[in-house]
Design a protein around this ligand. Structure first.
Ligand code: PLP
Length: 414
């Protein structure tokens, strides 16, 4: 069976892309393209990712652990990294765990010019018996494969990469802080490494995973954030790649974030289209709890996965738990579009119960207010309150699964 990546590559090469791009390429670039193409033809012999081949080179200079209280997200890293090369000619090479180190790449490497880069964000947790756990790693593997295939990078067997990540995490186990709210943030990353300025599918790639010990997102308890509803810039659009974790989606969002920050708001709430549909927040999905105007029924709403929304693992977990544990209590759980004007109206009528973001970093992030058309939409928190009931409940439910307090198939011991 051909992998998604092989099919994507074949499609790209047999489609319009080749005749349209090739005439402007140098002879060398053309040869590279042809080599990629013929490599695809013999795809059957490409090596699959193989965890049994893993080699481990331990560091000679173990790092000092950073005290828990000094941990800053993504600032310090563990002793090692997982690194696996891929070439179009051979497929996946030997997986290696090596000391954490710089990469050395030619300045013409395609990742620097055309943003062949995608990534994941996931965490490893210490449970109370000293075991190490991952949370729904299959979801991250699925998503990385989708992101990767979309930018003509290779795909891989997600179970094999999860196994390799497990080995890596076990080796750097001492970096996982043994305290509630703490974890080891894992950053699987894939880049195109072909040396060429030619615009085409990379003939080589590097998949690596680095790990950073992190503390609770809100060290002193929840802190509700304020959002600026952004209508002058668009994060994602139908037919685009906003539903993929591509590095290229993030840099363009920083300027609007600075704009919002200059007016005192922590994040952008991205609105879409003339209808001003609510989509998501910074790097979190958004949930709104609203009381129905006619029936009075409480509804937990998040935007549907229409291609403009990142398929958050936390989003999916909140939805599942809400369907399992809130629906029986009379809640409606909806993946549907909602206009910002309707959210503002619900707030005015006292029907907006609470609003929160959902993502791996904070699990949930309560929202106090949203600036929209020059007015502040009040998201239902009392002045002395930093989180609503549903946000708190979700955080507790999800954390107790992540830390293994509640036995649940989502939590995977490595
Ligand atoms: C990563 C991300 C999320 C959250 O996804 P999780 O899997 O829950 O961490 C939401 N939105 C965007 C834009 C993201 O990049």
């Amino acid at each position: 069976m051909k992998s998604l990546q092989q099919l994507t590559r074949q499609k790209a090469l047999s489609g319009l892309a080749m005749p349209r791009i090739l005439p402007s390429q140098s002879v060398a670039a053309r040869r590279l393209w042809q080599r990629n193409f013929s490599a695809t033809a013999s795809a059957a012999q490409l090596a699959a990712l193989d965890a049994s081949k893993l080699t481990i080179t331990k560091t000679q200079a173990p790092k000092e652990l950073t005290p828990n209280k000094d941990l800053v997200f993504g600032k310090t890293f563990t002793d090692h990294m997982l690194s696996i090369e891929w070439t179009a000619a051979d497929g996946w090479h030997t997986p290696q765990i090596v000391p954490y180190q710089n990469l050395s790449l030619d300045p013409s490497t395609c990742v620097f010019h055309y943003a062949f880069e995608c990534f994941e964000g996931m965490k490893a947790y210490k449970d109370k018996t000293g075991g190490t756990r991952l949370f729904r790693p299959n979801k991250n593997m699925e998503r990385l494969n989708k992101s990767s295939a979309r930018i003509a990078l290779p795909t891989f067997d997600g179970e094999v990469l999860t196994k390799l990540i497990g080995e890596f995490v076990k080796l750097d186990d001492r970096f996982i802080p043994d305290a509630r709210g703490y974890s080891l943030y894992l950053r699987p990353t894939m880049i195109g490494t072909q040396k060429t300025l030619g615009v085409g599918p990379p003939g080589s790639a590097l998949l690596f995973v680095i790990a950073s010990p992190v503390g609770p997102y809100y060290p002193t308890g929840f802190k509700a954030i304020s959002l600026e509803a952004t209508d002058y810039a668009v994060r994602a659009w139908p037919g685009g790649v906003g539903d993929k974790k591509l590095g290229a989606n993030y840099a363009p969002c920083i300027l609007p974030q600075l704009e919002a920050a200059s007016r005192g708001f922590q994040q952008n709430l991205w609105l879409f289209g003339e209808e001003e549909y609510v989509t998501e927040v910074g790097t979190m999905n958004l949930f709104l709890a609203i009381k129905n105007k006619e029936t009075g029924q409480k509804e937990l709403i998040t935007a549907p996965l229409d291609g403009t929304i990142l398929e958050g693992v936390t989003r999916d977990s909140v939805l599942s738990l809400a369907r399992e544990r809130l629906e029986p209590k009379g809640w409606a759980i909806s993946e549907r579009k909602i206009r910002m004007a309707d959210v503002a109206q619900a707030a005015e009528e006292g029907r907006l119960i609470e609003v929160f973001g959902a993502g791996t970093a904070a699990i949930v992030s309560p929202v106090r207010s949203i600036s929209y058309r020059g007015k502040l939409v009040d998201c239902g928190l009392k002045a002395d309150e930093e989180a609503g009931e549903i946000a708190l409940q979700m955080k507790n439910w999800i954390e107790s699964i992540q830390y293994g307090d509640e036995a649940h198939p989502w939590s995977v011991v490595v």
